[in-house]
Design a protein around this ligand. Sequence first.
Ligand code: MG
Length: 378
Amino acid sequence: MRIERLQLCHVRMPYVRPFETSLGRETSKDCILVRAWADGLTGWGESPVTAAPFYMEETVETAWPILVGFLAPRVLGRTFAHPDEVGEWLRPIRRNHLAKAGLEAAAWDIYAQSQGLPLARVLGGTRPRVAVGMSVGIEPTIDATLDRIDEWLTRGYQRIKVKIKAGLDVGLIRAIRDRFGAIPLQADANAAYTLADAPRLMLLDAFDLVMLEQPLDYDDLADHAVLSRSLRTPICLDESIHSAADARKALDLGACRIINVKAARMGGLGEARRCHALCLDRGSPAWCGGLLETGIGRAANIALASLAGFTLPADLGASGRYFHEDIIDPQVAVNADGTVDVPAGPGLGFTVVERLVDKYAVRRETLRAPAGVSGESL
Ligand code: MG
């Protein structure tokens, strides 16, 4: 594929409900959509950057100039035989993973369309549907959290993840167990604790959580390895894992037993696929997390989650859980058995609703291959 043109679009979509974690509270989704044109096809990707740098360093305002000034010029006018080459071609630019991920995902969409295959298939996915769980944010009260959980269980979601932080942990988990019994339950701290909190976190062992996600610092492996030795509950790492190599080191150190794979956090679907292969090879459980993506990013996550080594339910909700109107057609729906169908159509398998992209667009910029750039191959 020769990438001829790119369009960046900053969209801002209000959430149905605010989403709160130990990192803060968000009321709307800001991100950058990347549209690419190549060989007469159009592909879409999402850079799920946020308005503020709390989950990762990148924001809309930092990713935009990186895309315009560094990432786009590296791929425009260039011919790639496979999307993995796009990832490789962007690798010399350090980090900026969320920015890279949108561009790389658009290339995967185009590649899958060019093969006449669903994105899931070209990624190596085999499942016709994927099991999904719901991530429940921090609510004003424990009772409100319990009501939310009741709603998601009624809708069929296969497991519940709750956000915890200091002062809202053991009591919350106990209340959930008291009301809902032995449901598949996991907790995510988004790096809210330190090793000094180990005695507190050990109290969670009494509740048979499927996992405790990212209890310690966002860039840490060493302290997690220490904590892991004191906990019966498996630790899962999210924020600390930016590549398949990070996952290998974390597993080797005993920093975690489970990996939360988010393609965007790792810089793209190609690296996520390598991380999946590592986990499969090690027999380590892995699952697909999410970053409250719009339908475009969600569609790619569904495709990724169809790979066989993702043995735990994905954080993949129905479109209506997040947005009044998602920007894809059809909307993502969750079946009564807590699964999401993997689309069978070529590429993302969903149609991007441009009218809605226009409605939520805050800013756009179109970038073209400069004259004189050859279509040379890698
Ligand atoms: Mg997490």
